[in-house]
Design a protein around this ligand. Structure first.
Ligand SMILES: [Zn+2]
Length: 67
């Protein structure tokens, strides 16, 4: 999940946050703390979203800088 108070900050990073279906086409929703997935055409609460940097179940590894 993503902490509600961190959602806006994490959404500013490309591909950082994924929806429950693994999409990263997210943008802040009108009802914060939520994000809208353009692929699902659904809004998800922060608790449903995945922080791909810290979640080992994310489908692709999150790349940090030169790592
Ligand atoms: Zn989605």
């Amino acid at each position: 999940m993503v902490a509600p108070d961190e959602l806006a900050e994490l959404l500013a990073e490309p591909y950082r946050v994924a929806c429950p279906n693994g999409h990263t086409a997210l943008r802040p929703a009108a009802t914060i703390p939520s994000a809208y997935c353009r692929s699902c055409r659904e809004s998800y609460h922060a608790s449903e979203l995945v922080d791909r940097r810290t979640d080992p179940d994310a489908c692709k590894p999150y790349r940090r800088g030169n790592d």
